[in-house]
Design a protein around this ligand. Structure first.
Ligand code: SGN
Ligand code: CA
Length: 550
């Protein structure tokens, strides 16, 4: 009797709860999702433990993958900062949106997806690094770093109060701004589109005070190609100025104090090495300087003793460790802060219907081929991390291998929000992949085009077609060279197969596909020439030829 009564109560209450749930769910379903777009600057997938955990653990960033989707084959269309951001905001390739390199300001007559969100009734905000040379359109609120911004006590351009200095560490500050907006300014009756954009881990890799010592004491595994001699590659790989030993700044990057450089007779070959060091140093408070010196002074003392007897190989190994210590040290703060934001969403019932994206403006070399920086269509700079969580639509713990691009973000977000996608955007919505309807996805190749040359790091102009199996690159301007890589057999991209007769038919067919892609995306040699002419008018005085390896 009691059992029957109990089960009646259970059944009744089950129905009551499930009915209420259903009604809630329907309401929830009708609601447009919030978009939280998290992007770091130069964050290599090799430094996210959801991808690889040999360098660092990033438990908070990994949560997005665990509770959502990891893309293993996400890439950019042009591996450099401001152009990547322009592609993301416009959904158009660089040659169409006009932002081909870091030197020219963004053309604000472009339509960007945040403007469309704002018009559609979303509340919009941006905090952190934009790097456009002008203010973003379509935001109810923004606080952005001027240019690259600073790590310590940075200046921000604010929407309402002009330029303002903020005390503290940049990654914490950008997060405080983001959380403060969510907490104090977010309107409950409007969905939001929030861009939370870190400066870290951009060069010159200044970790937060709390992470300097921890990371400066770690030793990291070296990549297999640290001592690459670029044999089997073309001219561009040989002439690029991205080598950790040859082209890093001793002061700015490796944190060798200018006076120690002078004492050891290491020249300031770039002419701005000392300046770069002092630029951040002079922003620090005395306390920050003292914390910095606690770690880097003893490191400099040891270096002073060892340097005269170090071989080139030892110097390279030492510089690689220094690089990783500081680069990864800055990521520790990014991960902690991403955790704070994810916790906020949880605590305020926002997790379920918010599409959270974690990505980087491009990939980065962490010693592969002896390099730092990016720019090349080669793997580490071409590939970018991409994680997405949206519990309402994305099955937790899924991994996708389709070739997706930063070009696709604008249309994906518009599609997710049910806002019309402009016909002239050039990407594709990732919604079929997010929701498991992959039969609606048929992309088999992507297009890449890098422009900024001659400029810092001296990576030659090139365009490329990339399929799951192959990568065909054309370097042009002051060379005319083709490279072909077999992505499956040679994932490290050490052997150019372009002249190997066994690949002749592959080359021929890829060239045909490349022509088609260029037509599809409206790129052409004429357009190229116009960009070269425009660039040379402004940038002809740039001539970087920095050798600081010693
Ligand atoms: C700075 C860096 C370069 C970097 C560019 C572009 N030098 O010039 O190493 O390639 O930014 O980076 S630094 O010594 O000033 O840090 S990007 O991410 O903005 O494209
Ligand atoms: Ca960048």
């Amino acid at each position: 009797m009691f059992r029957a009564y109990l089960s009646t109560i259970i059944i009744c209450s089950f129905f009551a709860v499930s009915c209420a749930n259903k009604a809630g769910q329907q309401q929830e379903e009708a609601k447009q999702p919030n978009i939280l777009f998290i992007m770091s600057d130069d964050h290599a997938y090799q430094a996210i433990s959801a991808y690889q955990d040999h360098l660092i653990n990033t438990p908070n960033i990994d949560r997005i993958a665990k509770e959502g989707m990891r893309f293993d084959n996400a890439c950019v269309t042009n591996s450099i900062c401001a152009p990547s951001r322009a592609v993301i905001l416009t959904g158009k390739h660089s040659h169409i949106n006009g932002k081909t390199d870091n030197h020219f300001p963004f053309d604000t007559s472009n339509v960007t997806f945040p403007q469309l969100f704002q018009q559609a009734g979303y509340q919009t905000a941006m905090f952190g690094k934009l790097h456009f040379g002008n203010a973003p359109k379509g935001f109810d609120e923004y606080k952005i770093l001027p240019g690259q911004g600073a790590y310590y006590n940075p200046t921000f351009i604010t929407k309402t109060e002009g330029k303002k200095d903020f005390p503290g560490y940049v990654t914490d500050i950008i997060t405080d701004m983001t959380l403060n907006w969510l907490d104090k300014e977010r309107k409950e009756d409007q969905p939001f589109m929030l861009m939370y954009l870190h400066k870290a881990p951009h060069r010159e890799w200044l970790p937060a005070e709390r992470h300097i010592a921890e990371y400066a004491n770690k030793t990291f595994p070296e990549p297999a190609s640290l001592f690459d001699d670029y044999e089997g590659r073309g001219t561009a790989a040989h002439t690029a100025e991205m080598n950790i030993l040859e082209h890093m700044n001793w002061a700015g990057d490796s944190k060798i104090y200018p006076e120690v450089m002078d004492e050891l007779g290491i020249p300031d070959a770039s002419g701005w090495d000392h300046k770069a060091f002092n630029r951040e140093r002079k922003r620090m408070t005395d306390e920050q300087k003292a914390n910095w010196d606690k770690v880097y002074k003893p490191m400099n003392e040891a270096f002073k003793k060892n340097f005269p007897n170090m071989t080139r190989e030892e110097k390279m190994k030492w510089r690689y460790q220094r690089y990783m210590q500081d680069y990864l040290g800055t990521i520790a703060a990014v991960d902690e802060n991403v955790g704070r934001v994810l916790d906020y969403l949880d605590e305020h019932g926002l997790a379920e219907n918010t599409l959270v994206v974690y990505t980087s403006d491009q990939g980065f070399y962490l010693g592969e081929h002896g390099w730092f920086d990016k720019r090349f269509a080669y793997n580490e700079s071409f590939k970018t991390p991409l994680l997405m969580r949206w519990p309402k639509e994305i099955k937790a713990g899924t991994v996708r291998n389709e070739m997706v691009q930063n070009l696709d973000f604008a249309q994906t977000f518009l599609d997710a929000a049910g806002i019309d996608q402009p016909q002239d955007m050039q990407g594709e919505s990732l919604m079929p992949l997010l929701t498991g309807n992959d039969q609606d996805w048929d992309r088999d190749a992507v297009y890449y085009h890098y422009y900024e040359y001659p400029s810092i790091h001296m990576v030659k102009r090139h365009y490329a077609i990339i399929t799951q199996k192959y990568k065909l690159i054309h370097f042009y301007y002051d060379v005319d060279e083709w490279e072909l890589y077999d992505r499956e057999k040679d994932p490290q991209e050490l052997t150019n197969q372009y002249n190997n007769p066994e690949y002749a038919s592959v080359v021929e067919s890829l060239k045909g596909q490349l022509d088609e892609l260029r037509v599809k995306y409206k790129d052409s040699n004429e357009l190229n020439q116009a960009y070269i002419d425009k660039y040379l008018k402004k940038v002809s005085e740039f001539r970087y030829n920095v050798k600081t390896g010693k």
